[in-house]
Design a protein around this ligand. Structure first.
Ligand code: PLP
Length: 455
């Protein structure tokens, strides 16, 4: 009830804003002028850049003064455009219940719709009954179950790797692996759009990290050349970039790795279950399984659960198993999650039509958005960011979408560079043609209203 009240309040606030904007921005002005007017109107009320990225210097009243003085979230709440921590009260298909009503989600990583698959749930329930709710400790000492080992073997055989370790999150898989491999004299070359877990791994490792320009092979080569005499070199890339939906140029990376004697770590968080033969990822798509030294993945996207893994040669895995702090000093992935992932992997292997449906849905929605005037990536990645630019305008559009029954995500700085804010949408095998048409209709209506696409 409380949520419903807060939703009603934010609805009223945004409706008022919308009215004022209609008066402010003449509808017959060209889209870019209209958009600029709306942005300056919104910025008078809440300047995201100013409040979030450059808040007033905290007074010198101790370590917590920065918290007391940081009011960007409150300002966004005041305007009714705060987008985070929405409480999901129920879920079915590609729909979620929020504030007492059902909306279509385009803010999900459940690409194959396996999170609520009856077989996945049954397998998780069985493991819960048999082993209990947790593992009572770290994998290292007392938390390894037969279930962990079985899942590791299944993953190794699915991906054609010698060995695998299952970790408690994908974040830890990246962070722990990189932090323990990158020694003091080593150098990592990391794409600038890589996931935060890769940044963290590089940041805590004793070795040096060079960030190369996104997917730019010339720049990567320039960086590698500078360190050609260093024996320990590791190139690290997401296979599918989580914000832009770009696919990494793995053939280019592998060639440079060969030329400069570097190893390659690929994070297949968004490639697994989506791209490549049977969903084996971008590594498989380019037929580079043998050339990629380390394959990191997560269970929190296509496999519908939580957890992560690292697959590689058996000596490499054994080293990580005994050295990665993020693996050793944390509790093991719980039984229900492990068993759920095993069942999800079985479904992935036995029902390739799910991936086909995912690709059909992705192609349909990308074509629709492109025809409306949005820029979209010409690939089969179901992550479709819609670049809006200004942060406040993006938050406003996101709230209007929500009122049209579409639950999307926003990416604002520092997740993306300043003035590159976007509505991040993602699609699944569970979206129906009707869902996709509703989504396109909402983008068409609101995109025009805000001057984001041509009228
Ligand atoms: C590219 C990438 N790598 C790693 C992760 C971390 O995965 P997890 O959520 O399973 O910890 C994510 C999650 O957002 C991701 O997008």
């Amino acid at each position: 009830m409380l949520y419903f009240k807060s939703y009603k309040r934010s609805l009223t606030l945004v409706k008022n804003l919308q009215k004022q904007i209609e008066n402010e921005a003449q509808n017959d002005s060209p889209p870019h002028q209209k958009r600029e007017k709306i942005i300056s109107f919104l910025k008078n009320k809440f300047d995201f850049q100013q409040s979030h990225l450059r808040p007033a210097a905290p007074s010198n009243n101790g370590i917590l003064s920065k918290c007391q003085e940081y009011d960007a979230p409150d300002q966004a709440r005041e305007l009714g455009i705060y987008p985070y921590f929405r409480k999901i009260e129920g879920a079915r298909g590609a729909h979620v219940a929020i504030d007492g009503r059902w909306v279509i989600t385009v803010s999900t990583n459940d690409y194959l719709g396996l999170t609520r698959d009856p077989r996945v749930i049954a397998s998780a329930q069985e493991a819960l009954e048999k082993f209990g709710a947790g593992c009572t400790g770290s994998r290292f000492l007392n938390g390894t179950l037969s279930l962990h080992k079985e899942l590791e073997d299944e993953l190794s055989s699915f991906l054609g790797r010698e060995d695998t370790i299952v970790m408690s999150t994908g974040f830890q898989a990246n962070q722990g692996t990189i932090a323990c491999l990158l020694g003091r004299k080593d150098v990592a070359f990391s794409d600038r759009e890589n996931h935060a877990s890769i940044y963290e791994g590089c940041a805590v490792a004793p070795g040096k990290t060079i960030r190369y320009r996104h997917n730019d092979m010339d720049h990567l080569e320039y960086c590698l050349k500078k360190f050609k005499d260093v024996p320990g070199k590791l190139i690290i890339t997401d296979s599918v970039f989580s914000m832009s939906g770009d696919i990494a140029n793995l053939p280019g990376i592998v060639k440079l790795a060969h030329d400069y004697s570097a190893c390659v770590l690929v994070d297949e968080a968004h490639g697994l279950g989506v791209i490549g033969e049977g969903g084996r990822g971008v590594t498989d798509h380019y037929d580079l399984t043998r050339e990629i030294d380390i394959y990191v993945g997560t269970f929190s996207k296509s496999l519908g659960s939580i957890g992560g893994f690292v697959s590689a040669g058996s000596k490499v895995i054994d080293y990580i198993r005994h050295k990665a702090s993020a693996f050793i000093f944390t509790a093991a992935l719980p039984p229900a999650s492990v068993a759920g992932v095993s069942a999800a992997l079985d479904v992935l292997m036995s029902e390739p039509e799910r991936i086909e449906r995912l690709h059909e849905n992705t192609a349909y929605v990308k074509k629709g958005l492109f025809e409306l005037g949005f820029q979209v990536n010409n690939n089969s990645v179901p992550i479709v960011p819609l670049k809006i630019g200004d942060e406040t305008l993006t938050l406003f559009l996101n709230q209007l979408l929500f009122e049209e029954g579409i639950f999307a995500g926003v990416a604002v700085s520092p997740v993306v560079p300043p003035f590159n804010a976007m509505i991040r949408t993602s699609y699944t095998a569970s979206h129906t043609p009707e869902d996709l048409d509703c989504i396109l209709a909402a983008f068409s209506k609101l995109g025009r209203q805000l001057g984001v696409i041509p009228a």
